[in-house]
Write a protein that binds this ligand. Structure first.
Ligand SMILES: NC(=O)c1ccc[n+]([C@@H]2O[C@H](COP(=O)([O-])OP(=O)(O)OC[C@H]3O[C@@H](n4cnc5c(N)ncnc54)[C@H](O)[C@@H]3O)[C@@H](O)[C@H]2O)c1
Ligand SMILES: O=C(O)C[C@H](O)C(=O)O
Length: 356
């Protein structure tokens, strides 16, 4: 027989779900319930997704709910989080899920988070560049980063919102102004470029993509996406025509999806996969696992630019080491010069947005 108090608690928990209050109210009672349920939850990290009801946000939330390193998952958006949260919270995995709706709940959504993943913002339509998203997404990223400053200044931030080449400098400026900036904790997510590169190279080589590792450096837009095909693992060689075609396809991977989706958005499912792959690497680094190396767009001294994507070693404090680029061939050196020109402008645009 259960003691009466425990039985009463169980009944209260079940009836709270049978008669759900509106979402605002659920936040207070939801926290109470979640605290009870957290007893049974696996130990792990607290992760928030900002933009969780979007095309990337929803599958990303689902995949993070499955991740055994996550004990608490906060889903924040300006629309539709009640439905997404209710849906995902029924999955019988360890993480406790809580939803937060609208800016008044941003600070609560972020309180105490170890990792914040940001896929909030508008996506491209055919004919647009990622930079065309700047006017809307820059302000969204600024607001969300101001929330991070207040509620979880020590969290690792994975920034997905485009144009990444500019939104990462925007985030850095917001954190600098608040005095909370730590370059190791701010990472622009370029993992989708690596995922695509691995897939396309594996296709050409006739290999399983899981066996292929292609470093992709620079940034996350057009010519700033620079795959280092001379450094592919396992070691291999390509004809000059294959190098041209592969480089172009990797640089245009995003546009390929935007065009195929014909006005309904950009990559969401492959991006959610890439975001989880990257977030999982960050969490394993936070846990103290050794030898976690992934490409990301971070504060960097490997070139004269203040931000650059390259391989970084992830650890307990975030991007603990930015690794050197390694030897580049002539084709890659020429690509690097082009990438740096465009990157310099995008970085400056982001910095000026906050400084103006
Ligand atoms: N880094 C990458 O490799 C990569 C890959 C794909 C897409 N993206 C970018 O990710 C972003 C999101 O893409 P999507 O397809 O999920 O778009 P989407 O429109 O489907 O979803 C975006 C979500 O953000 C939410 N949102 C808008 N303003 C917000 C705010 N102020 N606070 C919180 N949430 C807010 C929206 O309500 C929506 O649910 C776009 O900018 C896109 O370009 C980046
Ligand atoms: O291409 C886009 O606009 C979305 C994203 O940056 C991508 O690479 O798929």
């Amino acid at each position: 027989m259960q003691p009466a108090s425990e039985a009463n608690q169980r009944i209260a928990r079940i009836s709270a779900h049978l008669h759900p209050p509106n979402f605002q109210m659920e936040e207070s009672s939801g926290l109470r319930r979640a605290n009870c349920r957290a007893k049974g939850a696996a130990p792990g990290f607290k992760v928030a997704i900002l933009g969780a009801a979007g095309g990337i946000g929803q599958p990303l939330a689902m995949l993070m709910k499955i991740n055994p390193l996550v004990s608490v998952l906060h889903l924040y958006d300006v629309v539709n989080t009640p439905g997404v949260t209710a849906d995902i919270s029924h999955m019988d995995t360890g993480a406790v899920v809580r939803g937060f709706l609208g800016q008044p709940q941003l600070e609560e959504a972020l309180a105490g988070m170890d990792l914040v993943i940001i896929p909030a913002g508008v996506p491209r339509k055919p004919g647009m560049t990622r930079d065309d998203l700047f006017n809307i997404n820059a302000g969204i990223v600024r607001t969300l980063c101001e929330g991070i400053v207040k509620s979880c200044p020590k969290a690792i931030v994975n920034l997905i919102s485009n144009p990444v080449n500019s939104t990462v400098p925007i985030a850095a400026e917001v954190f600098k102004r608040a005095g909370t900036y730590c370059p190791k904790r701010l990472l622009g997510v370029t993992m989708l470029d690596v995922v695509r590169a691995n897939t396309f190279v594996a296709e050409v080589l006739g290999l399983d993509p899981r066996e292929v590792d292609v470093p992709v450096i620079g940034g996350h837009a057009g010519v700033t996406i620079l795959p280092l095909l001379s450094q592919v693992k396992p070691p291999c060689s390509f004809t000059p025509q294959e190098i041209d075609q592969l480089t172009l396809r990797i640089q245009n991977g995003g546009t390929e999806v935007v065009e195929a989706k014909a006005g309904t958005g950009s990559a969401t499912l492959s991006m959610a996969y890439a975001a989880v792959k990257f977030a999982d690497a960050c969490l394993r680094g936070l846990r103290g696992d050794a030898g976690i190396v992934e490409c990301a767009y971070v504060a960097s001294q490997v070139t004269e630019l203040p931000f650059f994507a390259s391989k970084v070693r992830l650890g307990r404090t975030g991007a603990e080491e930015v690794l050197p680029l390694g030897p580049l061939n002539e084709y890659e050196r020429a690509g690097l010069e082009k990438a740096k020109q465009e990157l310099a402008e995008s970085i400056q645009k982001g910095v000026s947005f906050i400084k103006k």
